[in-house]
Ligand binder design. Structure first.
Ligand SMILES: [Fe+2]
Ligand SMILES: [Fe+2]
Length: 296
């Protein structure tokens, strides 16, 4: 059995008021609003509690599926790096992909700072040519197939896009013999299934991804972004169902159905069980919240 832990949307906060203007640079006033709003909804104390709980669990690998920061400040990513280091896991047992917040302004994408900072968590056994995404990490019976949906949307939205070129690379990697021989887990920040009105939070090319998955198949899709738990299936090759699991934010301070949480997926051949551990505001501790068979 392979145990894969998922933590998503921690939205690490780390800034000093005195230097905020300077830190934000080209980021707009909207960024300051966003920071204040997030400060109320997302609590760093919950991330520390989650870390304590996670350290007591047994698992093989940890995946962080994006939105590590709020407005793409290096200080926020440094806080994320300190948290990852505190898990005590070596980099080969931790995988990181970006979310839309990790691409808040175009300079971030152009400079490649996210990929530089998290390089140790993005080493790969397989890539298509020299492109950063997708990358594939082979771990035992599992192939972690990692994509980026991050585009600089600034204050104007939270949508994502894979792009035709990344989709073509993804299809070729999914067909590679060493990938196909394993349980393929697609790690993606934006949900490939949720369709919100207005398109400002959706994966724009989700129809193309859905068609690709129907052709090439994967055994599990894991995403974040919506800050709520989610489970549905997409049709795979021959109509066989592909489980799609979304997970709430690791730092969210709201009610029990969305409060700070993480998942551990028990992958045992074709059988996959998702176990959610969530923070209980009354006890101040994490406890098993839900156990769900996502693939029999
Ligand atoms: Fe998020
Ligand atoms: Fe997001």
């Amino acid at each position: 059995m392979f145990r894969l832990a998922q933590v998503t949307d921690p939205h690490f906060q780390c800034f000093h008021l005195a230097s905020l203007r300077q830190l934000l640079g080209k980021r707009s006033l909207g960024a300051i609003n966003l920071l204040v709003m997030r400060w109320r909804k997302h609590r760093m104390g919950l991330l520390r509690a989650l870390l304590d709980d996670l350290r007591g669990r047994t698992f093989d690998h940890l995946a962080l599926t994006g939105d590590l920061c709020n407005v793409a400040l290096e200080s926020e990513w440094q806080a994320a790096l300190r948290w990852i280091a505190a898990t005590g896991l070596p980099p080969e047992r931790v995988t990181v992909i970006p979310g839309n917040h990790d691409a808040y302004v175009p300079e971030v994408i152009e400079s490649g700072i996210f990929e530089r900072l998290f390089a140790a968590y993005q080493t790969a056994e397989l890539r298509a040519g020299t492109a950063t995404y997708p990358f594939v990490r082979l771990r035992g019976e599992v192939a972690l197939v990692c994509v980026s949906t991050a585009v600089p949307t600034g204050d104007l939205g939270a949508w994502g896009r894979l792009g035709a070129e990344q989709l073509a690379r993804l299809e070729s990697l999914l067909g590679a013999p060493e990938v196909k021989a394993r349980r393929r887990v697609l790690l993606i920040h934006h949900p490939p299934l949720v369709n919100r009105l207005g398109e400002d939070r959706n994966l724009r090319d989700r129809a193309a991804l859905q068609a690709l998955l129907a052709r090439a198949g994967v055994e599990l899709v894991l995403h974040g972004h919506d800050h709520r738990d989610f489970f549905k299936t997409l049709p795979g090759p021959g109509g066989s169902p592909i489980p799609v699991v979304g997970l709430g934010s690791a730092s969210y301070a709201g009610g029990p159905d969305q409060r700070s949480r993480y998942n551990i997926y028990e992958i045992d051949g074709a059988a996959i069980t998702a176990v959610t551990y969530a923070h209980d505001a009354r006890t101040g501790k994490f406890a098993e919240y839900r156990r769900r068979t996502v693939s029999a």
